[in-house]
Design a protein around this ligand. Structure first.
Ligand code: FE2
Length: 419
């Protein structure tokens, strides 16, 4: 298989991309547009890039908004209340159907790697078990990383730690936490130490819902980053949300950033979710409640964007389109300069792949032949057009193809237009 007339990120001109036995076998520049051989895919001068990565989603809760009742206040904590009402009705078939439907949606929008959280504060661990089974079943279509996520607290929920150990044994890839939801500051700190200790002992990645609040006194990120640094595992650790950083004073942030750079932890911001859930206790001025993406990125700290929810108790919109999340994120974080646009796709591709510790990601000879075709020639035009993902190739096979929408104008209106 080969793709011709392709544009590549940050490269001039057109390229011919060859694929053999599921790997990229050649990438050569073209001097001009060529007529594609019958067996080739014609990119028609549009951008071929590495697949999108969804670094933060909750597949066990997806597609449950309004069941049994809607989150009326729009707060994170009412979302947790509504989810706790839904949890007793969870069963394997229910979770499978919703998770598969959500994965199909993500795949149809160019995603090939997903990190999903699965709630471990459910003594049956049915969500985690079901998602672990799906991870193996769907591996030809998607890479699924599963976070054992103690939604109601690792140390505050009855047997929370035992359930976490069981989740690791069942096959969780990543250990999660939620320190700002623990009953006390002390329990929150202890939970961060426990998360890193477990990750070291079981050789797992870490992804913590960290400081997801407007409270500027929520400072568990410094504990997580320090533990990661002292155990020499920062690149394998992710701090998700960190919305309290939006409300930290600049003097504290200046000290904190030194630690973050040393520790090399990764960050996931979920701009659509956070601008919706945060700032709910403010009158005016009303905070945006999204972490300092621009400043983290400028400091060379790895940060990416995720969707977090698709039609669940915390966020009742969402459609699997990471280009939409990216668009919101750049607006909310005021990253609207020319250079920001030219590198925009980093936040839903390369940076996310680094967060998930994905090996051999990207279009390079010898890497797995995973790529997508987008409407646009470069990061800037793809972002501005907000078009569709036209093609997704995984291990050298087409797993999704879409015809671009055609706009037609009735002939009587065409005539009315001035020439
Ligand atoms: Fe989340």
């Amino acid at each position: 298989m080969e793709i011709v007339n392709a544009r590549l990120r940050h490269q001039q001109g057109l390229y011919r991309i060859s694929i053999n036995k599921g790997l990229f076998s050649g990438i050569t520049s073209q001097t001009s547009t060529i007529i594609p051989p019958a067996t080739s895919i014609d990119a028609q001068g549009q951008l071929v890039c590495a697949p999108f990565v969804e670094p933060h989603i909750h597949l066990d809760a997806a597609l449950t908004a309004g069941e049994p009742s809607w989150n009326q206040s729009g707060t994170l904590f009412e979302g947790i209340e509504r989810w706790c009402q839904r949890k007793p009705d969870l069963n394997e078939m229910d979770i499978r159907q919703r998770a598969i439907e959500t994965i199909e949606l993500l795949v149809s929008n160019g995603v090939q790697h997903i990190r999903t959280h699965a709630d471990t504060t459910d003594p049956s661990l049915i969500g985690l078990r079901t998602l672990c089974a799906l991870r193996d079943e769907l591996k030809d279509k998607i890479d699924l990383q599963i976070v054992a996520f103690p939604q109601e607290g690792l140390l505050s929920f009855p047997n929370g730690l035992i359930l976490m150990e069981q989740a690791i044994e069942i096959g969780a890839d990543v250990i999660g936490g939620i320190p700002h939801f623990e009953y006390t500051r002390e329990l929150g700190e202890a939970s961060m130490k426990k998360v890193i200790e477990l990750a070291v002992r079981h050789n797992r990645l870490v992804d913590v819902h960290c400081d997801e609040t407007d409270d500027p006194n929520s400072r568990f990120l410094e504990v997580l980053a320090t533990e990661a640094l002292f155990h020499d595992m920062g690149p394998r650790v992710t701090a998700s949300h960190t919305t309290a950083m939006h409300s930290y004073d600049n003097a504290y942030c200046s000290k904190l950033f030194r630690l973050l750079k040393h520790s090399e932890v990764n960050f996931v911001a979920c701009p659509t979710e956070s601008i919706h859930l945060q700032g709910r206790f403010d009158s005016y001025p009303k905070r945006r409640g999204v972490t300092r993406v621009k400043e983290l990125n400028s400091a060379g700290i790895n940060v990416c964007f995720g969707e977090d929810s698709i039609f669940d108790p915390w966020y009742s919109l969402g459609n699997g389109k990471l280009l939409r999340t990216l668009d919101f994120g750049l607006h909310i974080c005021q990253m609207m300069g020319y250079n920001d646009f030219c590198h925009a796709l980093d936040f839903i591709t390369d940076n996310s792949a680094r967060t998930l510790s994905i090996n051999q990601y990207g279009i390079a000879v010898g890497h797995p032949a995973n790529c997508i075709l987008l409407e646009g020639e470069d990061d800037y035009s793809v972002l501005r057009k907000q078009g569709e993902v036209l093609l997704s190739i995984r291990h050298g096979e087409v797993i999704m193809q879409r015809q671009p929408a055609k706009v037609t104008t009735p002939s009587h209106l065409k005539k009315a237009l001035p020439i």
